[in-house]
Design a protein around this ligand. Structure first.
Ligand code: MCA
Ligand code: AMP
Length: 504
């Protein structure tokens, strides 16, 4: 029997080598991690989890949480990570849609989640940030030598939910092939080896922290410093022992604000990588001036894993996302005609390759709508490929805000605001924010005398939307600018409030 992704991870693990470094006294070797993953897989088997069952996980970052992901791969379960910021209202949708057999949450969240889980026929176990909880209690006495489920390249490994410009979130199905092919490509492209020590400060419920950072580390037999979250001070402290950092642009903006950060702190680092949101050219330039390192920017999506990367050797050009990865085809088409455009012309970025997902969970029509007839995934990003082959992302064809690397779909926020008593309508936009890149901003039209202010709106959203989706500022307006078709002109609003957070 073979397990497409996990077999390769196991084969890449060096004997007796560190995998997860928590601090100077606590390290998980590959052997430790694989043994616990076997115990957890055995415990899940005893709970009745079978290959193809979904396991939804909303827990704080920990070594045990990463090992739970490995346990799911081994047992053939489909791993479904959920942002810890999601409210119960948001969770209800994901659990109802994915119908997981098992939901793993923090002990403090058990009661609330159990009500939802029961309604959808799922069982609940717990895992806390310190590794305690009912799941590991069950795993403790189980055997470590689990017989891995047979999984082929085309089998589902994970479902990651991404919001949509219309309607509810869609679960992107990632197969064993998608994850393995992309991680091997990145490992080789970025020259990651068993000698590397990655600073892992990203959340582990998204592609960046889960697949890019973790799978690449595993497939190189490298190790990682697992930090619970990004804290510039902590990152600078651990840096002298590390060789790589992966982050969203906000990481680099915040590092540059730290007086402790500079050439000396970065002396042992061989590679700084940025992605998930556009890295400002000025951040790239300032970082290079301060440290001598050109940040390597790459471009990906939940549906496709990573598509392009600036080169390891060769020029890393600020404001570009580099070249298509070796096994990925990237093209730019005319959004009106679908015809492929020549170099330097801007259009829709489309992607094809083993990295591209299998489809949206139980949404065949939505899946079909996002692929071209010849099998390219339509990214929704506007860009061009220059005459040297570098890909540039120049805008978004989709109504999306990216704040600190998290995606926020305005439609979702607008429909929550519009339900508030006294609101006539709203438009949610992203405008430049010095820390988060874009700041979620709502322009709201109220009924006369509604008596709404910023505070009442924010508190109405509290239990409905994750904190990072909530507007940082709310602006009240008499009406929204519309074009002759009646469509709200968000570009006008973006221009009007462009200086809201930067004050320039
Ligand atoms: C936290 N807050 C945020 C964000 N994060 N608000 C807007 N955008 C955010 N990203 C809220 C907090 O709840 C808090 O609210 C207030 O803002 C300030 O929190 P702060 O302590 O400054 O935030 P933090 O905890 O330091 O987090 C900021 C962060 C974090 C480090 C940038 O958001 C982060 O790790 N982002 C990475 C996201 C990521 O991994 N994206 C990859 C997606 P209050 O104080 O009012 O309660 S994968 C992807 O995009 C594709 C595939 C790709 O290409 O990688
Ligand atoms: P997600 O839905 O979280 O997978 O986010 C994917 C989106 O993030 C892409 O469609 C892009 O719009 C954006 N993105 C990711 N990496 C970059 C980058 N390096 N530069 C600009 N945008 C990026």
């Amino acid at each position: 029997m073979s397990n497409h992704l996990f077999d390769t991870m196991r084969a890449a693990a060096p004997d007796n080598a560190p995998f997860i470094r928590i601090d100077s006294t606590r390290t998980w070797t590959y052997d430790d991690a694989f043994a616990l993953s076997g115990r957890i897989a055995s415990a899940m088997d005893a709970l009745g989890i079978r290959p193809g069952d979904r396991v939804a996980v909303q827990v704080e970052k920990s070594a045990e949480a990463l090992i739970l992901y490995l346990a799911c791969l081994r047992s053939g379960a489909v791993y479904l990570p959920l942002n810890t910021a999601y409210t119960l209202a948001e969770l209800d949708y994901f659990i109802g849609d994915a119908e997981p057999r098992l939901v793993v949450v923090a002990p403090a969240a058990r009661e609330g989640v159990e009500t939802i889980a029961k309604r959808h026929g799922a069982i609940v176990e717990t895992l806390d940030a310190d590794g305690s909880g009912s799941l590991l209690d069950l795993a403790r006495d189980e055997p470590a030598d689990f017989v891995d489920a047979s999984r082929s390249a085309d089998d589902m490994a994970a479902i990651l939910y991404t919001s949509g410009t219309t309607g509810r979130s869609k679960g992107a199905i990632l197969t064993h092939r998608n994850l393995l092919s992309n991680a091997l490509t990145l490992r080789d492209y970025w020259r990651v080896t068993a000698n590397d020590r990655l600073i892992h400060a990203l959340p582990i419920f998204h592609t960046h922290g889960l697949f890019v950072a973790t799978n690449v580390t595993l497939l190189a037999g490298a190790s990682m410093f697992l930090l619970s979250k990004f804290d510039a001070d902590e990152v600078v402290s651990v840096m002298p022992q590390a060789t790589m950092l992966m982050g969203v642009p906000t990481f680099y903006v915040r590092l540059l604000q730290s007086p402790r950060f500079g050439k000396e702190a970065a002396a042992s680092i061989r590679l700084f990588i940025s992605g998930s949101a556009p890295l400002l050219a000025e951040t790239h330039t300032e970082f290079e001036a301060r440290t001598g390192h050109a940040i390597l920017e790459r471009y990906g999506m939940t549906e496709t894993n990573m598509n392009t990367s600036n080169p390891y050797e060769g020029k890393r050009i600020a404001g570009t996302v580099g070249f298509p990865l070796p096994d990925v085809t990237v093209r730019v088409t005319d959004p009106a005609t679908g015809l492929v455009l020549p170099a330097e012309q801007t259009g829709m970025i489309e992607i094809k390759g083993p990295n591209v997902f299998k489809g949206y969970w139980r949404m065949p029509e939505k899946t079909a709508a996002e692929f071209t007839a010849d099998g390219f995934f339509i990214s929704g990003d506007l860009g061009k490929i220059d005459s040297d082959g570098y890909v540039h992302i120049v805008g978004r064809g989709k109504d999306l805000v990216i704040s600190g690397g998290y995606n926020i779909y305005p439609k979702e926020v607008e429909s929550e605001i519009d339900q508030i008593e006294g609101v006539v309508e709203s438009a949610v936009i992203g405008v430049p924010h010095p820390d988060f890149g874009e700041g979620v901003t709502a322009v709201v039209v109220c009924k006369p005398g509604a008596g709404l202010d910023e505070k009442t709106i924010v508190s109405a959203l509290q239990d409905r939307l994750a904190r990072y989706k909530q507007p940082k500022r709310i602006i009240f307006a008499e009406d929204l600018p519309r074009n002759t078709m009646g469509k709200v002109q968000k570009n006008i609003l973006r221009q009007q409030y462009a200086d809201l957070y930067t004050g320039t």
